[in-house]
Structure formats: structure tokens, C-alpha cells
Design a protein around this ligand. Structure first.
Ligand code: ZN
Ligand code: FE
Length: 259
């Protein structure tokens, strides 16, 4: 059976370790920092068999070079981004097969946060870096709203029982924005209660079920009457497509974040 565990890094990053119950080997997703990774591997007597990268930001790739000094392992990552030591450039439709841990993941192109970002999907798990966050989505550093909207729509169409493993612990912050957009959404209120309880015990709120995202993440709800109405009233104009609604909601949060 596939098992996934977080290694916290920096202030709020999660590096994911994908392993198998019958193996001491693991694949490492987005090692932004080598130190906590090396400690976790040693502490749990694990050996890495591959590195998987979602995008080129330093907090996701910063530990790769140092890890490669200790382990001679392949580096999978986006074909169209400058990531260090890439041995297996990936694009949509490609597959990552790691027989040692019985893992096969398919690759999705998810441009928007960065131009060439990718996500990995398989075994009921989605590793999406900074594209889809629990209750939110990444900043549009290199992409346009329609691009990101299209990327998020691809992820939203995956099986609802998919567990979403994103790159940061941002759930509570994202939920307070979700509540601004949809003050009457009871699923958002319930999720805030649950996430607050977990964070008070210093437990991760990630992963989360995609089904829960579909009910509470405003960026996945740009086609719903409630979010359309909220975005139109915020923008003070009619919006004709979900991508336009997404653009308004994304900018709305950007403005609140920059205060
Ligand atoms: Zn990040
Ligand atoms: Fe990022």
C-alpha cells in the first residue's frame, strides 16, 4: 500500500515522502530544503529512490543539489522550467513509474502559478505543489487567470475521493477568505472549526479530500451562482465566464493579502 507523509520545512512548506508499506524506499516531492529531509530519512531509516518536482520555485527545489550529494537518484520535473539536475523532463500525458515502491503517477500540465508547473496524480493522490491549495490556489506569478482557471478545472475533474497534497499549510488563511466570498456556506464554517482544532494541536490540515475542496474552495466554485454573485458584486459589473469570475476572485484575495 502507498503511504504519504509530510516533512515540514521553512515556515509552512510540506515536503512529501511517498513510500510503500513493504519498502524502506521513498520518493521525495518538492524538497525545498535538504536539512529536514536528511534528518527525516535518517530518523526513519528511509532511502530515497527519486525526487519529483512540481515547479521551479526555490522553496520547492532548493534542497535538490544537496540531496544529490548524498544519493544518486533520478530527478523528475517540469520539462519547461529551470529546475536543478533534471534527469526526467515531464509533460502532460507522461508517466512516472517507480517499481521499487509500486508507484505509478501520471503527469498533468497546470500552468498558472508558474508557466510550466506540473502535477502528479495516481493511487488516489494528487501532488499539486502551489497550483491548488487546500481551500485556495497559488498566486499567478507567471500565468494568466484563464490559464490557471483551466489548470484548476483539470484538477477539479479528478475523482472526488482524491487526496490533495499541496505544498504549503495555508488552509486556515485560505478559509477566512473563502468565508468572505461565501459567508453562508456551512461547509466552510465546519471546515474552519476542524482546521482550527488541528492547527491548535500543530497537526497538518493537508491532505484534504478533493470532494471537500469542491464544496469549500472558492477558486473551484467559480461556476456556482453564489460565487458568481459575490464576484460580480465585488467587481461591480457582470461577469460572463467562470474564468472571468476566477480572475476577479483571485485579484480580490491578492488585494486582501497585500493589506
Ligand atoms: Zn511554494
Ligand atoms: Fe511556488
Amino acid at each position: 500500500m502507498i503511504q504519504v507523509n509530510p516533512v515540514p520545512a521553512f515556515k509552512d512548506n510540506y515536503i512529501w515522502l511517498i513510500g510503500h508499506t513493504d519498502s524502506r524506499q521513498v520518493a521525495i516531492v518538492d524538497p525545498g530544503d535538504a536539512r529536514p529531509m536528511l534528518d527525516a530519512l535518517q530518523g526513519q531509516s528511509l532511502t530515497p529512490c527519486a525526487i519529483l518536482l512540481t515547479h521551479h520555485h526555490r522553496d520547492h527545489v532548493g534542497g535538490v543539489t544537496e540531496l544529490l550529494r548524498h544519493f544518486d537518484i533520478p530527478v523528475y520535473g517540469p520539462a519547461h522550467e529551470p529546475v536543478p539536475a533534471l534527469t526526467h523532463p515531464l509533460r502532460e500525458g507522461d508517466r512516472v513509474a517507480l517499481p521499487d515502491i509500486g508507484l505509478t503517477l501520471s503527469v498533468l500540465d497546470v500552468p498558472g502559478h508558474t508557466r510550466g508547473a506540473i502535477a502528479y496524480y495516481g493511487h488516489g493522490c494528487l501532488f499539486c505543489g502551489d497550483t491548488l491549495f487546500t481551500a485556495g490556489c497559488g498566486y499567478l506569478f507567471e500565468g494568466t487567470p484563464p490559464q490557471m482557471y483551466h489548470s484548476l478545472s483539470k484538477l477539479a475533474a479528478l475523482a472526488p475521493e482524491t487526496q490533495v497534497y499541496c505544498g504549503h499549510e495555508y488552509t486556515l488563511d485560505n478559509l477566512s477568505f473563502a468565508r468572505v466570498v461565501e459567508p453562508r456556506n456551512a461547509d466552510i464554517s465546519a471546515r474552519i472549526t476542524e482546521a482550527t482544532r488541528l492547527r491548535a494541536r500543530n497537526l497538518p490540515t493537508v491532505p484534504a479530500l478533493l470532494a471537500l475542496e469542491l464544496r469549500t474552495n472558492p477558486f473551484l466554485r467559480c461556476h456556482t451562482p453564489v460565487v458568481i454573485a459575490a464576484a460580480e458584486s465585488h467587481a461591480r459589473r457582470p461577469l460572463s465566464t467562470p474564468a472571468e469570475v476566477f480572475g476577479v476572485v483571485r485579484r480580490w484575495k491578492d488585494d486582501l493579502d497585500s493589506v
